[in-house]
Design a binder for this molecule. Structure first.
Ligand code: NAG
Ligand code: NAG
Ligand code: NAG
Ligand code: NAG
Ligand code: NAG
Ligand code: NAG
Ligand code: NAG
Ligand code: NAG
Ligand code: NAG
Ligand code: NAG
Ligand code: ZN
Ligand code: ZN
Length: 451
């Protein structure tokens, strides 16, 4: 009798665990280059590269944006690895890095349409939560704070995924919110943070472009009153770019405003998911010394080499990822990143394989705030672990050593989203080669744990 009871309890618990354990895909930055041609002359392989491409391969090149076969291959892999996710988040940038003279609004819309179609036809019936990227507009980066032809056209393209009310706010400002499909009490907020990008000339002198901040606060306030949990998604993230000291995207006032909102409503926010960097990293928001919210930045599908002056080894292998979460509480449990070794694919055979599982690689039990904070602490005391993080940052493309300055840049970008905090952080390590590296990093970490 006792035994039977035990079996029943185990069964019940196992079943319960299974019910709670949900999964979703996060994909971003496909950047399809329709003119990629591996057999063309080096200076004609892809318009997305400004330098000749000497040995382009069938699956793509580290200097170029994605050929169609690469994007299709990523979706085929997703279908094979996890065909029935609870949902998919897709954080934008579908078009190639070409100048406005070499594209048109029609081409931009055609590309968004094609990428939308392949996601939709590969995952029929699966809920997708998309966001626009700064490249999903013509002219590039100039997403307006009010309605536009592109917002209207894209709202129509995404009508199978978005409710009418979402299509309406999307047409007005490129953002929306909905209850996560099949999960009452759980909410997705998809932001148009391209409005805050410093390259966007349409919004520079506005206080609250498209009244998105006001809207966001209203949604979060209501979520708080209704006991909802929220995932925020978007393309351009706040804070700093970890691969280049002092580089950032949001205008300063918008960055501050965003952090203020997170500090005010962090209790209802269970995760933030962004793209744009093309790299794999994360961010921890603090309220003075308390960690309050985490943001995950997903690697790109495109391998394209960054042209930002000063960025070293600015390419990446194509990456896609699955988040595991508790579908009752919306708490994040783990993230598994899959990647495509592009040079191996061009030499031998194309393969998407698991790159790493966050918990296993960083020795933490889950990916909640406490675990992320403890992972970063470990980076500071264990150089080889920091190097592991650095390798994953470029999706196992750049296998070189991240030196002290590089580690400081990553550490400060992960832990400091404000301009003030970041400046102090990088200057605190401004004398990099005087102290032994480990000591400097320990001091740096202690400084931020204490203050
Ligand atoms: C690719 O380039 C080769 C060599 O110039 C050319 O023969 C071929 O037509 C091109 N393919 C496409 C699809 O344009
Ligand atoms: C994607 O690739 C698969 C397998 O090679 C192929 O059957 C399919 O037609 C392709 N789909 C698109 C939209 O290119
Ligand atoms: C993209 O969509 C257009 C129609 O809008 C279609 O003609 C074209 O074949 C598509 N390209 C790919 C690669 O799927
Ligand atoms: C949503 O809009 C479509 C077309 O615009 C309309 O047919 C449909 O009835 C609307 N659905 C709801 C729930 O309002
Ligand atoms: C939309 O915003 C832009 C940029 O602020 C402005 O120039 C334009 O007049 C606005 N259009 C409408 C219809 O409000
Ligand atoms: C607040 O949320 C409730 C339940 O989701 C909804 O009925 C109500 O319209 C929302 N209020 C606002 C101001 O969004
Ligand atoms: C990284 O950059 C260094 C210095 O510019 C260069 O020598 C090296 O080949 C690059 N490695 C990769 C993988 O691109
Ligand atoms: C990717 O493939 C290349 C070529 O086969 C190989 O040299 C490299 O080590 C591989 N990278 C990883 C991270 O396995
Ligand atoms: C995450 O791990 C910590 C132990 O470090 C544990 O206290 C916490 O309950 C775990 N949270 C979840 C949601 O699994
Ligand atoms: C440091 O991290 C590596 C993984 O990169 C791990 O194998 C090693 O055990 C860690 N060392 C210590 C002292 O924790
Ligand atoms: Zn991008
Ligand atoms: Zn972008």
């Amino acid at each position: 009798m006792r035994r039977l009871l035990a079996v029943l309890i185990v069964c019940f618990l196992a079943h319960g665990v299974e019910l709670q354990s949900g999964k979703f895909w996060h994909i971003t930055d496909q950047h399809w280059d329709p003119d990629y041609n591996a057999s063309a002359k080096p200076d004609q392989v892809c318009p997305s590269s400004s330098i000749p491409v000497p040995s382009a391969g069938f699956w793509g090149d580290y200097l170029c944006d994605s050929p169609w076969v690469l994007i299709n291959s990523s979706l085929q892999a997703m279908k094979q690895i996890l065909p029935n996710p609870d949902f998919i988040i897709w954080t934008g940038d579908d078009t190639p890095h070409v100048s406005d003279d070499d594209t048109t609004e029609d081409i931009v819309l055609m590309i968004i349409q094609n990428v939308t179609e392949i996601i939709s036809s590969t995952f029929p019936g699966v809920q997708v939560y998309p966001a626009l990227g700064n490249h999903d507009y013509y002219p590039t980066n100039q997403l307006p704070p009010n309605t536009s032809h592109i917002y209207n056209a894209v709202a129509k393209m995404w009508s199978e995924w978005l409710q009418n009310s979402s299509q309406q706010t999307f047409q007005e400002g490129g953002y929306y919110t909905e209850t996560i499909k099949g999960q009452s009490g759980h909410r997705i907020v998809s932001l148009n943070t391209n409005l805050y990008y410093k390259s966007n000339k349409q919004t520079g002198d506005l206080e609250d472009p498209a009244e998105q901040f006001e809207w966001l606060e209203k949604i979060l306030k209501n979520a708080s009153a209704e006991n909802e949990k929220v995932y925020i998604i978007g393309h351009v993230p706040p804070g700093f770019f970890e691969k280049l000291r002092n580089e950032y995207w949001f205008r300063k006032n918008f960055n501050k405003h965003y952090i203020d909102v997170i500090q005010k409503y962090h209790e209802v926010i269970s995760g933030q998911f962004f793209g744009h960097h093309h790299t794999d990293s994360f961010r921890i928001f603090y309220n003075s010394d308390t960690a309050i919210s985490a943001m995950f930045i997903a690697p790109a599908v495109t391998p394209w080499k960054s042209t930002l002056p000063g960025v070293k080894n600015g390419s990446n292998n194509p990456g896609i990822r699955i988040f595991e979460y508790n579908s009752i509480t919306l708490e994040l449990q783990d993230v598994v990143t899959y990647y495509f070794n592009l040079s191996a694919a061009n030499l031998n055979s194309p393969e998407w394989v698991e790159e790493y599982r966050f918990t296993t690689s960083y020795g933490v039990p889950n990916i909640t705030l406490g675990s992320l904070t403890s992972a970063v602490k470990s980076f500071c005391t264990n150089r080889s672990l920091f190097q592991t993080y650095y390798t994953y940052n470029s999706v196992s493309y750049d296998l070189e050593t991240c030196n002290e300055r590089c580690q400081t840049d990553h550490y400060c970008a992960i832990t400091q989203l404000s301009h003030e905090g970041y400046a102090v952080c990088v200057s605190g390590a401004a004398r990099p080669y005087r102290r032994p590296i480990i000591l400097t990093l320990i001091l740096l970490c202690v400084h931020y744990i204490v203050t």
